[in-house]
Design a protein around this ligand. Structure first.
Ligand code: F6P
Length: 344
């Protein structure tokens, strides 16, 4: 079989581990030829490809990023795009295409399969861990570890100066990274998109903590966290050219108020793309490898229109349409019954 692979959306630690696993099983077990399309759908449109074989994948397992390159955008942005993409893939003799992507890429993949019959299998990826249908996405554990390491370091400097430090992490619609890193790093408060915050209540919590003799506080803030309606001015919702909200830095915005209300010097650390860069953790390498193996098997089973997912400890399949059906938000039991017990 001739199989295509592309990576779409933002990059994520573990992408190369997925590609490596696809190539390994495709070549050595199924006897396939694997072609990588460069820079996501742009590489399909412009016919830019890379031959993928076991030799080409050497050394890729611990490498962050994606050797194929990635972009936002899809055939739906081009004139007659879906039909054009279909014809190009047919020209290349592609019998199955593995799309490794986040919510946006998987939704597009589902549409291309449903509307044009493209033989696509999906692999969910995002550090945000917010894709419906899978219990975990690879890249998430790496991001959490990076954020936790940063919080550990920030504790000692915050304590030395008796400061409040607001640590902003990624998570546009769901606060998974904030919740996990905040829990693991012993945060005094965690602000997530799922729970609009009341800044007065947060500041009261910090003051009460200090009155109990504790000093220095780390507050973990997800980039998509928002104040409760009516309590603060909400950030304006400027969009980028793909329709994604451009965040203006919620931690930076609320820091002066935290300082004024608590009376403690306040600093902001935005971890940003450090969370997405570099080598994946062992957990993410293993999950990514399992997804890659399952994806090439799904191609051989003709399970087009499906993505591979993790349910509990097992790899299963779910329709691609599930990915875009809703955002998988933080489990209330984890946030309300576990994480919040440690606030203050
Ligand atoms: O989807 C993952 C994510 O890391 C978000 O949490 C973040 O807002 C976004 O990507 C930023 O991506 P970029 O800077 O590449 O547009």
């Amino acid at each position: 079989m001739r199989v295509g692979v592309l990576t779409g959306g933002g990059d994520c630690p573990g992408l190369n581990a997925v590609i490596r696993a696809i190539v390994r099983k495709a070549e050595t077990v199924h006897g396939d030829e694997v072609i990588g399309f460069l820079d996501a759908w742009d590489g399909v449109r412009d016919r830019r490809t890379m031959q993928l074989d076991v030799h080409a994948m050497r050394g890729s397992l611990p490498r962050g990023g994606t050797i194929l390159g990635t972009r936002r955008g899809s055939p739906y942005d081009w004139e007659e795009g879906p039909q054009h993409a279909k014809e190009i893939l047919e020209d290349f003799g592609i019998e199955g295409l593995v799309v490794i992507g986040g919510n946006g890429s998987l939704t597009v993949a589902g549409k291309l399969h449903q509307q044009c019959g493209l033989p696509i299998v999906g692999v969910p990826k995002t550090i945000d861990n917010d894709i419906e249908g899978t219990d975990v996405t690879f890249g998430f554990h790496t991001a959490v570890q990076i954020a936790t390491d940063a919080i550990d370091r920030l504790h000692t400097t915050a304590e030395s100066h008796d400061r409040v430090i607001l640590v902003e992490v990624m998570g546009r619609h769901a606060g998974w990274i904030a919740t996990y890193a905040g829990l693991a790093g012993g945060a005094a408060a965690i602000l997530i998109p799922e729970r609009p915050f009341d800044l007065d209540a947060v500041c009261n919590l910090i003051q009460a903590r200090h009155e109990r003799g504790r000093y220095a506080s780390i507050i973990v803030v997800a980039e998509g966290a928002e104040p409760l309606a009516g309590t603060e001015e909400r950030a304006s919702k400027e969009l980028d050219r793909f329709g994604h909200v451009k965040f203006s830095g919620i931690a930076q915005r609320i820091a002066p108020e935290v300082e004024a209300k608590t009376g403690f010097e306040t600093r902001v650390v935005q971890i940003g793309h450090v969370q997405r860069g570099g080598t994946p953790t062992a957990y993410d390498r293993v999950l990514a490898t399992r997804f890659g193996i399952a994806a090439i098997d799904a191609v051989h089973d003709g399970a087009f229109g499906d993505m591979v997912v993790l349910r509990g400890t097992e790899i299963r399949r779910a329709p691609l349409t599930v990915a875009g059906s809703r955002t998988r938000t933080v489990d209330p039991a984890l946030f309300d019954d576990v994480a919040s017990v440690f606030f203050g």
